[in-house]
Design a protein around this ligand. Structure first.
Ligand code: HEC
Length: 142
């Protein structure tokens, strides 16, 4: 091995070590954080709908946006097959990938139909959005 190849190999190893050291690099953490962001978006909208949080057009629009973007983000975050004791993701996600993606698409479709112009319009559509969360969790989350 020439010196330059050795140095190149060393720097690749060093980069890999830096990558692994960052807790954020864990695919399980990435997808849990993503799901938590959906959790807070759904909670914000649900609370506006039932009146326990005052209606706020900006917050409602941004919560809806995060759900509109959900399908792409879910596909990306769950791309790496990763199962371990800290995760509630079922291994069947990766053996039924197309179905899993279809269920994530449903979140975007329901969010697109959600009218966030008032607490009343949110109240009309929020159950349909929440149903899409449940529809995936019931089969793909332990
Ligand atoms: C396509 C499937 C799918 C859809 C759709 C989905 N989830 Fe999840 N969700 C999962 C899976 C799988 C997990 C378990 C992730 C893990 O533990 O690795 C999860 C976990 C969660 C968690 C726990 C995260 C944590 O910190 O452990 C919350 C909160 C959550 N989802 C909220 C939602 C909400 C709200 C929606 C709807 C707006 C939603 N999810 C839609 C599959 C889905």
């Amino acid at each position: 091995m020439t010196l330059s190849i050795r140095l190149a190999a060393l720097s690749v190893a060093a980069l890999a070590a830096v990558f692994l050291a960052g807790a954020d690099a864990s695919p399980i953490k990435v997808r849990k954080d993503l799901m938590d962001s959906f959790g807070s978006a759904a909670k914000t909208l649900g609370k506006m709908a039932d009146g326990s949080l005052p209606f706020d057009a900006t917050a409602a629009t941004s919560a809806r946006q995060s759900l509109l973007d959900a399908p792409g983000h879910i596909a990306q975050a769950f791309g790496p097959l990763a199962v371990d004791a800290s995760s509630k993701a079922k291994g069947t996600i990766w053996s039924n990938w197309d179905d899993f993606l279809a269920r994530s698409q449903a979140v975007g479709t329901a969010a697109a139909a959600l009218d966030t112009t008032s607490a009343e319009t949110i109240a009309t559509g929020i159950a349909a959005v929440q149903a899409t969360c449940k529809n995936c969790h019931s089969d793909y989350r332990m």
